[in-house]
Structure formats: structure tokens, C-alpha cells
Write a protein that binds this ligand. Structure first.
Ligand code: MIG
Length: 764
């Protein structure tokens, strides 16, 4: 319930309506005709965002918009009506803000009643709270920042980034406080590594999004305590809500990523297969693994370097004892097509004489204790450690310079870990001191953006110095980090439930702008099994971050340790991924324009079909491919749902009529894949790694009725595509199967294909 008193004065100035209530100020800003911001300065008058940066605002502001505001008074009170080209925002007494379509349909209204929380805490948690003198309600109510909004009883709710659970998150509650918790994540988990305070609500006639831009610890109850509303609250900060209209889920995602930024086009090789293990602890290990991939003819781009490559876990050092002279191993493996990808942790060892410690201490680059009398100390892998204060440009530049010592040595991509930040001696206290640029603040505000700023530091430095498209993989992040980072979902486990959870989790990350994403294939913790590994490589075979990774101490996860059958299945699906690489790359190119990810839930394209609303065991790759992996042990037949239209199974070419369920054979070496009839899919021939050979031929997988394909091609590495150095083909196929092609854009230095080769998929 809001209680700001009556509207006293208001003024429209440019895009912003400044409203003064008796007890509170509010600013309503029109960003585009479909994006409206409500800012209530509860904590600070200063309207700052970490997700939306200067460049983002410039982009948004460069678009046209309309705004009109008028006050309406009647016996029920006063209403301030703010109209854009597409949305009507009504602000009324007490501070209620409601959103409507122009024709007057309510989209999102504030809930006017009292929240009635239900008790959902575990018995020990309750005891603890009571002992501390709290009532249970204190945990969700009485927060300084809150917003409770009406939702329809059966409307699905999507979003919140990496949170575990189902695609439709209705009836669950979550928290945003970046957390490294090694236990097995399940759908009851409230917080994980990332904080993405963005939800998409799907009303039957109008989908819309709510982005609560606030980095403090926040809480979402998604119609769990009461079917009639969703409740947001935060420990501190401002109410800074972006209402994101659009009507369709696609448009909402397009608008959200227009506002907070889109995942930049990655280097082509980064989309290939990667192998990792925490435990490849010498040059010999890495080399043997790399060679084995080539020997067994399983394509692979990198064998990644986990923390052991560092000297005593000192960040930006190199363990020569186990990995040989700097750069030597990189060079040797580069020749075989392997690009070095190394892990970086933020925790910096405290040790006299160690350059990072000396530089950081001398220049005051680390977090300070609450009293601001000395650098804050906790413990991570190298022992006692300090935490770089990444909220400052100066600190980011310093960090970036060291990142580039690594790129100078040959490192091709960076993997940022432990940046929630993790700590071994209890969590960082909220009153630890850090900065948001020149403004002194505390960890309470900075915690959820620690990984975001570390990612920004890494990305910007690499981009500037290497002139290539950086791959920065991060574990922790915030809304907007997609401009800098690809994401993986941290420490999953070798559990069937985690294979199942991967589909909604990655679809959701994609719906929140993280177009390059993946999980640890095979599971990071605990021990995988041959069957689980086979199903996992299949289910992930269209992933944009495609990596097998496992933890020291668990069963090793290289496919050859499970016998020849497993190797054959594994190889088949890694190769399949490479065959479809040009399709995936086309989608990444389109994502720059439309904000849509590669891996998508079916509901994104079939919004009127209730069977898709909470479909958790299938996904779309773009719009043209549907993948239905087996995610249960022992299962050899898969129940597949195909939405409207005709679908052709790959590779056997049978046609299926959509809006139907089918039982499809799925022996261990097979995952059901379907191509939408009428599509053309671009494919490459086989390769062991990107760059191994020149791709002179583009294969075109044709289905009945296929007419045309827009296909993108560039050099795959540098930034010259931004200046137009790419080929854009408009490929047409006649009814007789003849291919013709028009070049919509011609690259300066990217050779065009020499041949097109068609393959007809339909057999009937
Ligand atoms: O405390 O670097 O999620 O991928 O292998 C564990 C060791 C630290 C956690 C990462 C994982 C990585 C591991 N790291």
C-alpha cells in the first residue's frame, strides 16, 4: 500500500513528469513509446543506474517518442494521465502508478490492499528469526522499497535470469543477492550467482515487462503468497521501475535489451566446443586432453585453464613449474587449433612483493573496512586476499591492463569466476566500503554489481587492446552485463534434475538478454554417468557456450572414459553443433537487431498456445529448429510437443503435423530435432575447429516450400564488421530447387562462398 498523500503539483519537462505528492517526490520518464520509468527517490535523489549506461541512454534517447500529460479531477480524486504513442500511465493520489494500453485496457495496476505473507520458512529459520525477535512477516514486509502489482490468476511469469526452477516462475519466490552456494540448486533455491530483477508477465492479450533497477538485496514473490499479485521489495535504494511494454514476449525482450544493451556478436570460434576440468593441472594434462580430442576426431576449440595455472593462485601470474615457460604451451597448442581460455578470480593475494598487492595497496584500489581505516581482508584460494573496488574507472583500467598482459601472452578469452564475490571466511559485511566511481558507498549497494563491473573492466580492456570481439565468461552479474559477458550457470551437479533444469534456466537467461549462455555439460559437482553424459551433450548441442566442465575430486568427464559407445554419441553431437554453426551465427547476427537469443522457449513464438506456456523439456533454436532432448534416465521414447505448422524431423525427413503430441523414438544415440517446414538452414561441412579450413561451400538444408534465407558471413574475429566488412546474402531457392543469390552487403575482405550445396530434408 502506498501512502504518499495527494498529488500537490506536477510539471512536464521534456520527457519527464515531476510529481510532488504531499509526502513524496516521483519522476515519470518516457524513454520510448513503450518504455516508461517510474523513479521514487527513497534513498537518493541521484538517479543512477549500473544497468543502463550513458551510451545506452544515448541510444534510447535518439529514438523518437511522444509524451502528453494532463490532470483529471473528479469526485474520486485526482489522476495524472501521461500518454506516449503506445502506453497510458495513470498516476493517482497516494502514489499509485498504473499502466494501460491506449485503448484503455489495464496492463499493470498496483495492488491496493495489504499484503498477506504466508509462512514459508523452514522450522530452523523460523526459530532463528524468533530468537532474534522478528516476526516472520518482517522478512518480506516493511522493506523501504516495495511495489505490489496485480496479475491475472493464470498468467505465466518469466524472467529473473539464472534462477533455478521452471520456465513459468509463478508461485515461487526469489531473492537477488549474488550467491555462491555449492549445494545442489533446485527450484526452491531463492538466490543464485546473478541478479536480474526483470520479469515478463504474459497477459493473454498483452505481454509486458517490469525491470526494477536497484542493486540492493531484493525480493520477488511471484504470485506465491497471493495469486492476485506479484510483490517486489528491496532492502534499500530507490524504487526505479521500468515498465516495458511491447505486447508480445519478443517485443518485450527487444525493448528490454534496447534499454540495457545486447550481447555483442562473438568470435565464431567461441561458439564452438570447449573442454575444461578443475584438475587439468599441468602442461602435460592440457596437452594430452587436447591431443586426444584430435585423435578421436571430436571437434574442440579450447582446453581451458582453471585456477591451477596460476602461481599459488595469485591472479595474473603463471605457474611455470607445472605449465612450462610463459606462452610456450599456448603457442604449441595454437598450432593445433586450440585457443587458451583462462580463469581469473578477483580475490588478490595479500603478500608483500607480489605486484598486484603492491600496486593495489599503494593506489588504494581495494575495498576498505567499514571504518575506512584499512583494506578489507577475507580469504579465497590464495589465502588472505583483498577485493578490487571495480566500481571505479581507475580500478577497472588497472585490472584491464593486467588482463592484457595475458592477452599479450596469447590468452584468447577470459573466464571470470568467484565474482559474487565469493569468500571463505564468511560473507563480506554489507558495510565494507567501496565506490561507485567518485561516490563513496558500501558493499550493500555494490555486492550485486561486483561481477558486472569486473566483466566491464575485462571486456573493455580486451576490446580496446586486442581489437577483437572479447569473450568474457562470467559467473556473477547484473542486468546489463550482457553487453560485456557471456554467462555460465556456475556449479551445477551431475544430476538428472540439473540436466532438466538447464532448459528453463538457459531459456530464461536468454529472455533476459544473455544470448551467449551455457551450463557445465555433464555436471560440475558429483559424478556423472555414461547415460547422463550422453543426454547432456545432446541437450546442449545448440548451446552458445558449449563446454564440458567438472570439479576436481569428481569422476572425470572426458567422453572417452566411458567407452566407445559414449565417444561415438558424444562425437556425433559435437559434430552436429558444428554443422549448425552458420545457423547459430546468423541468429547471433540477428540478435544485434532484435535482442532475441539463440535458445528460446516455445512460448516466445507460440504465445497463444497454452501448451507452450510452461514447457520445460523442449526449446527452439531461433524460430526454425525445435529440439526435444531426453532428460530422464532410462527413457528411450520422447514425448514431443510440436506447435502449429508442419515440422520435419532431422535427419530422417519425416513430416509431422503441429499442435500435436507425439511419441518419438529416442534411443541413447538420438535426440529428436525438427525443422519447421518452409525453412532453409545454412550448414557447414565437418571441421575439427573453427579456422581449420576455408569454408568455401555453404550447405543449404531445404524443407518443402522453402523460399529464401538471409545469411550473414564475416571474418569471425575482429571488429571490422561494425564498419560493414561482412557479406550478407539473400539466397533464393526456386521450386525446382535452383539456388540464386543476391549480395545485400559485400565485405571488403571476407571471401564469399564458392558453392552452395543443397540437401533436401523431406522424404515424403
Ligand atoms: O571454489 O576454480 O564455478 O567452475 O572450476 C570453486 C575452481 C572455484 C568455481 C567455479 C568452477 C571452477 C572452480 N571455482
Amino acid at each position: 500500500m502506498r501512502d504518499y498523500g495527494k498529488i500537490k503539483t506536477w510539471k512536464l519537462d521534456g520527457r519527464t513528469v515531476y510529481v510532488q505528492f504531499e509526502k513524496q517526490k516521483m519522476e515519470i520518464t518516457v524513454l520510448t513509446d513503450e518504455i516508461v520509468n517510474v523513479f521514487v527517490p527513497i534513498w537518493s535523489e541521484d538517479h543512477r543506474s549500473k544497468a543502463i549506461e550513458k551510451e545506452d541512454l544515448e541510444r534510447v534517447y535518439s529514438q523518437g517518442f511522444t509524451v502528453n500529460a494532463e490532470l483529471k479531477k473528479d469526485e474520486n480524486g485526482t489522476e495524472l494521465v501521461i500518454t506516449t504513442g503506445k502506453i497510458k500511465t495513470i498516476v493517482s493520489d497516494n502514489g499509485y502508478v498504473d499502466f494501460y494500453t491506449l485503448d484503455g485496457k489495464a496492463v499493470s495496476r498496483e495492488f491496493r490492499g495489504e499484503r498477506v505473507p504466508i509462512k514459508t520458512l523452514g522450522i530452523w529459520e523460523m526459530e532463528l528469526l524468533r530468537a532474534e525477535g522478528h516476526t516472520v512477516a518482517d522478512t518480506v514486509l516493511n522493506k523501504p522499497v516495495s511495489d505490489t502489482r496485480v496479475v491475472g490468476k493464470d498468467e505465466p511469469i518469466y524472467g529473473l535470469g539464472d534462477k533455478m526452477g521452471l520456465l513459468d516462475k509463478r508461485s515461487y519466490e526469489y531473492e537477488n543477492w549474488n550467491t555462491d552456494d555449492p549445494s545442489a540448486h533446485n527450484e526452491q533455491y531463492r538466490s543464485l550467482y546473478k541478479s536480474i530483477p526483470f520479469v515478463i508477465c504474459k497477459k493473454p492479450e498483452y505481454a509486458y515487462g517490469l525491470f526494477y533497477d536497484n542493486t540492493f538485496h531484493s525480493y520477488f514473490d511471484l504470485a506465491k503468497e497471493n495469486k492476485e499479485y506479484i510483490a517486489y521489495s528491496a532492502d534499500d535504494g530507490n524504487l526505479d521501475l521500468y515498465f516495458i511494454g511491447g505486447g508480445s514476449i519478443k517485443n518485450v525482450i527487444g525493448n528490454y535489451t534496447f534499454l540495457t544493451g545486447r550481447t555483442p556478436l562473438p568470435q565464431l570460434w567461441t561458439l564452438g566446443y570447449h573442454q575444461c576440468r578443475w584438475g587439468y593441472s599441468s602442461a602435460k594434462d592440457i596437452t594430452e586432453i587436447a591431443e586426444k580430442f584430435r585423435e578421436l576426431d571430436i571437434p574442440c576449440e579450447s582446453v581451458q585453464y582453471d585456477i591451477d595455472y596460476m602461481d599459488g593462485y595469485r591472479v595474473f601470474t603463471w605457474n611455470e613449474k607445472d605449465y612450462g615457460p610463459k606462452g610456450e604451451l599456448f603457442e604449441k597448442l595454437y598450432k593445433k587449433g586450440f585457443k587458451p581460455v583462462v580463469i581469473i578470480d578477483p580475490g588478490t593475494k595479500r603478500e608483500e612483493g607480489y605486484f598486484m598487492y603492491e600496486e593495489g595497496t599503494k593506489n588504494g584500489y581495494f575495498f576498505r573496512n567499514a571504518e575506512d581505516t584499512e583494506d578489507y581482508v577475507n580469504e579465497v584460494w590464495p589465502g588472505e586476499a583483498n577485493y578490487p573496488d571495480f566500481g571505479r574507472d581507475e580500478v577497472r583500467k588497472w585490472w584491464g591492463k593486467h588482463v592484457n598482459d595475458l592477452t599479450d601472452m596469447g590468452v584468447a578469452a577470459i573466464w571470470n569466476d568467484m565474482n559474487e564475490p565469493a569468500s571463505f571466511k564468511g560473507p563480506l559485511p554489507e558495510d565494507v566500503v567501496g565506490y561507485d566511481e567518485d561516490r563513496k558507498t558500501t558493499h550493500r549497494e555494490l555486492h550485486n554489481v561486483y561481477g558486472h563491473f569486473m566483466g566491464k573492466a575485462t571486456y573493455e580492456a580486451m576490446k580496446e587492446h586486442t581489437k577483437k570481439r572479447p569473450l568474457v565468461i562470467t559467473r556473477a552479474c547484473y542486468s546489463g552485463s550482457q553487453k560485456y559477458c557471456a554467462v555460465w550457470t556456475g556449479d551445477n551437479q551431475s544430476l538428472w534434475s540439473h540436466l532438466q533444469g538447464m532448459i528453463p534456466q538457459l531459456c530464461t537467461l536468454g529472455m533476459c538478454g544473455f544470448a551467449v549462455n551455457g551450463v557445465d555439460i555433464g555436471g560440475f559437482g558429483s559424478d556423472t554417468t555414461p547415460e547422463l553424459l550422453c543426454r547432456w551433450i545432446q541437450a546442449s548441442s545448440f548451446s552458445t557456450f558449449f563446454r564440458n566442465h567438472s570439479a576436481n575430486g569428481c569422476t572425470r568427464q572426458e567422453p572417452w572414459l566411458f567407452g566407445d559407445d559414449v565417444v561415438d554419441i558424444y562425437r556425433k553431437y559435437v559434430k552436429l553443433h558444428y554443422r549448425f554453426l552458420p545457423y547459430i551465427y546468423d541468429l547471433m547476427h540477428e540478435e544485434q537487431e532484435n535482442g532475441l537469443p539463440v535458445m528460446r522457449p516455445l512460448v516466445m513464438h507460440y504465445e497463444d498456445d497454452p501448451a507452450t506456456f510452461n514447457l520445460n523439456d523442449e526449446y527452439l533454436v531461433g524460430e526454425k529448429i525445435l529440439v526435444s532432448p531426453v532428460v530422464n534416465p532410462g527413457e528411450r521414447v520422447k514425448k514431443v510437443y510440436l506447435p502449429e505448422g508442419k515440422w520435419v524431423s532431422y535427419p530422417d525427413g519425416k513430416t509431422y503435423e503441429g499442435k500435436n503430441y507425439y511419441l518419438v523414438d529416442a534411443p541413447l544415440d538420438h535426440m529428436p530435432i525438427f525443422i519447421k517446414e518452409g525453412s532453409i538452414i545454412p550448414m557447414y561441412g565437418e571441421m575439427s575447429y573453427v579456422g581449420e579450413k576455408k569454408m568455401g561451400t555453404l550447405e543449404l538444408l531445404l524443407t518443402k516450400g522453402a523460399k529464401n534465407l538471409i545469411h550473414y558471413q564475416d571474418g569471425g574475429e575482429d571488429l571490422s564488421y561494425l564498419q560493414g566488412n561482412y557479406n550478407l546474402y539473400d539466397i533464393k531457392v526456386s521450386e525446382a530447387g535452383e539456388v540464386s543469390c543476391e549480395l545485400l552487403n559485400k565485405a571488403e575482405s571476407v571471401p564469399q562462398y564458392e558453392h552452395f550445396k543443397t540437401i533436401c530434408l523431406n522424404i515424403d
